[in-house]
Design a binder for this molecule. Structure first.
Ligand code: SF4
Length: 694
């Protein structure tokens, strides 16, 4: 290609979080030299966080995988494959050789065919798709289901908002945010629960802060004080694992004080009387329960105050992984939607429900079928596949023999990492598509380098169902993920048919008309600036559920679940929580602003990595006398490496918070298989740990 020497400015979408900020890339000599917010950006409102602004060094990094790599030991074990591609192989390092894409996909297809014919298609599984575009995510699940004939496909939504999808689908029929970001300005009250919004979704936090400053209308419910608390009227710090308890208490107050919206309940929902009966007879739902929870007695009054304000105003609820990553995450999400259904705070301007989705395209990956129980457009899969944690069990007991991993790092970001590492060693074949040699490539037989989001065209769907057709900032010779899948499909004898990403997306719109019928590329291009929110037909749908919920009969439902005392709450009740001991601290996990997930991209930005190249443990200043500056955390599942401790008055005694961006910290080894009862999302937000002083 001809490389232009002048600076070009190209509009696209940020590659990091689910906020989906509209960016402008300044490009010189095919290299990004600066990224800034579109001044009139509908999402960014002219601002980006530091990841969006500075996190682009990775694109031109020398560490990118420029040529496919094949593990030498794989070729030794597979002499027929080696013979076929022998003349394409070039030396690389002690472990890998390199080759061209044709040879790498020939080797992968030969091995996958062998595995399919020997063990059956369902001995194959596929994980990924939330970081790449919808075209690639759709092709990925299709390859798994149709070419490999395996139902086992999943994405990293498993460890984040799968409970939000489950909880919202059960109660209101659609597992996605109900309103656009702009509508936050119409809210009269906002409840943020289990979300460190200022660090994890900073550009959404800007709007929340604007409204909070103007109207003093914010409640923040969390297990520690996050930065958003500075703007909160209610700083509601709760015990670990008590979300469902708190949310049921809010329902109790609203019902007991009869401040619900009777007309909305009668016209738009069913089963309220039964729900009301259960909540009023729930032994834990009266906020007076907190009179006996030492250290948290103030919640007896604060929870009713939050419930009253939420019920009588146009209110929005925002939540993050602090709600979903628990044993009862799906039920907590249902308890959130109950509040909206009882008070009519959904299906209108200025009121609604916003699960704050994590990765740039995790909404899209779920929408186009990268889930074991849904095809594209949330149609029930004919055969339900395994969720990622159950794939790991199947690897260990020999049912799964091969893994295709696209843009995810399951040996780092999932729980029970020690177990996953054992499972990986049992596989006969691992193929990875990635930008860099991430942790999982330690187990990969074939690694194929692919384009980053800033090098390709494609549809990304953000946390408010907004489709953004991205355009490349720089040109690359690498393939897009779907192009590798096309080659694989063709080497299986299949007809991939499509030549461009537009062709692939066209198929998505045809197989998922309920969501995307009117979302053709030409319209997405024309409305690139504004974006379009699904479902998209002649018009798009900024607000969901205006007339009916998307359930079979259009009515919202209540799914009552009684809170079960456990963990920290139970220990406080038993009077053995507060003690001077290194045993029995409660740990939660989360992000910091400058790093992103497994940090494979942010790690490569000098600006971002400067002060955050290590994970940090936050502990209460009141525990300083028994904790040192350096500790190891330990559970029955594993132990971290040495972590630096930062003491703070923003976290309660005997509770801890740790970031988990860096694989070397081994934080994920602390968590076992305990997970949400419906969708197996790991309980990353609470584990009892022992501290080992260093
Ligand atoms: S808030 Fe998210 S989408 Fe926006 S700039 Fe930051 S990382 Fe990118």
């Amino acid at each position: 290609m001809t490389i232009d020497d002048t600076i070009k400015e190209i509009e696209s979408v940020c590659t990091y979080c689910g906020v989906g900020c509209d960016i402008v890339g300044m490009v010189k000599n095919n290299k990004i030299i600066k990224i800034y917010a579109q001044k009139d950006g509908v999402v960014s409102q002219g601002k980006l966080c530091i990841k969006g602004k500075f996190g682009f060094d990775f694109v031109a990094s020398e560490d990118r995988i420029r040529e496919p790599r094949i593990r030498k030991s794989f070729l030794e074990k597979n002499p027929k494959i080696k013979a076929i591609i022998a003349d394409k192989i070039k030396p690389f390092d002690d472990l890998f050789v390199t080759c061209d894409l044709d040879a790498a996909t020939t080797a992968a297809a030969m091995k996958l065919k062998e595995i399919k014919s020997t063990y059956g298609g369902d001995s194959f599984c596929a994980v990924g798709g939330a970081r790449t575009n919808c075209e690639s995510a759709y092709s990925f699940q299709k390859f798994c289901r149709e070419t490999m004939e395996s139902p086992h496909v999943d994405n990293c939504g498993r460890i984040c908002h799968a409970p939000s999808l489950k909880g919202m689908k059960e109660t209101i029929g659609e597992g996605a945010s109900t309103n656009p970001y702009a509508d936050i300005y119409n809210a009269k009250f906002m409840l943020v629960i289990g979300s460190n919004t200022m660090e994890a979704h900073p550009i959404i936090a800007n709007r929340i802060v604007d409204v909070a400053k103007k109207d003093n209308a914010l409640a923040v419910i969390d297990v520690r004080e996050t930065k958003l608390v500075k703007y909160a009227k209610y700083n509601c710090v709760i015990p670990y694992e008590s979300n469902l308890l708190i949310l049921n208490m809010m329902a109790y107050v609203i019902i007991n004080e009869e401040i619900y919206d009777e007309s909305f309940i009668n016209n738009r929902t069913k089963g309220f009387d039964e729900f009301k009966e259960k909540i009023l007879n729930d032994p834990y739902a009266n906020p007076d329960y907190f009179k006996d929870i030492e250290g948290y007695e103030y919640l007896t009054k604060m929870i009713p105050n939050i419930a009253r304000e939420y019920a009588v105003k146009d209110s929005m609820i925002f939540w993050g992984l602090g709600v979903s990553q628990h044993l009862d995450g799906s039920h907590a999400v249902m308890a959130i939607t109950h509040l909206a259904l009882m008070t009519g705070n959904v299906g209108k301007h200025g009121a609604g429900l916003m699960p704050l989705r994590g990765q740039n395209n995790v909404q899209g990956a779920c929408d186009v079928g990268c889930l074991p129980y849904y095809l594209s457009g949330y149609k029930d899969a004919p055969v339900t596949g395994l969720m990622t944690p159950h794939m790991i069990d199947a690897m260990l007991d020999g049912r799964i023999k091969a893994l295709f991993n696209m843009g995810e790092d399951i040996t780092h970001v999932h729980s029970n990492v020690n177990k996953i590492e054992k499972a990986m060693q049992k596989l006969e074949f691992v193929m990875v598509q990635e930008l860099f040699m991430t942790d999982i490539t330690r187990y990969a037989d074939i690694v194929i380098g692919v384009r980053s989001a800033y090098e390709k065209t494609g549809v990304y769907i953000n946390a408010i169902r907004r489709l953004h057709l991205s355009q490349p900032l720089v040109q690359s010779d690498l393939p897009d993920d779907w192009e590798v899948i096309k080659l694989l499909t063709e080497k299986f004898g299949g007809d991939f048919k499509h030549k461009t990403s537009e062709d692939v997306w066209h198929e998505v719109t045809e197989v998922s008309p309920n969501h995307f019928a009117g979302a053709k590329y030409y319209r997405l291009k024309r409305h690139r600036k504004r974006g379009m929110q699904w479902p998209i037909h002649n018009e798009d749908t900024p607000i969901l559920h205006l007339l009916d919920f998307r359930t079979d009969d259009g009515l919202g439902r209540y799914v009552y679940k009684q809170y079960q005392p456990r963990g920290m709450v139970q220990e406080i009740l038993n009077k053995n929580f507060y003690k001077k001991s290194l045993d029995g601290f409660y740990l939660t996990t989360g992000r910091i602003l400058a790093q992103y997930n497994n940090s494979s991209q942010t790690n490569l930005s000098k600006k971002l990595n400067k002060n955050y190249s290590e994970d940090i443990l936050q502990a209460s200043i009141e525990d300083k006398d028994i904790l040192g500056d350096k500790v190891i955390l330990k559970t029955e599942n594993g132990q971290s490496t040495v972590l630096s401790v930062k003491f703070s008055n923003k976290i309660k005694p005997r509770t801890l918070f740790v970031t988990y961006h860096h694989a070397k910290s081994r934080v994920n080894t602390l968590f076992g298989d305990e997970a949400d009862e419906f969708v197996a999302t790991a309980r990353f937000k609470s584990v009892r740990v022992t501290v080992i002083l260093q």
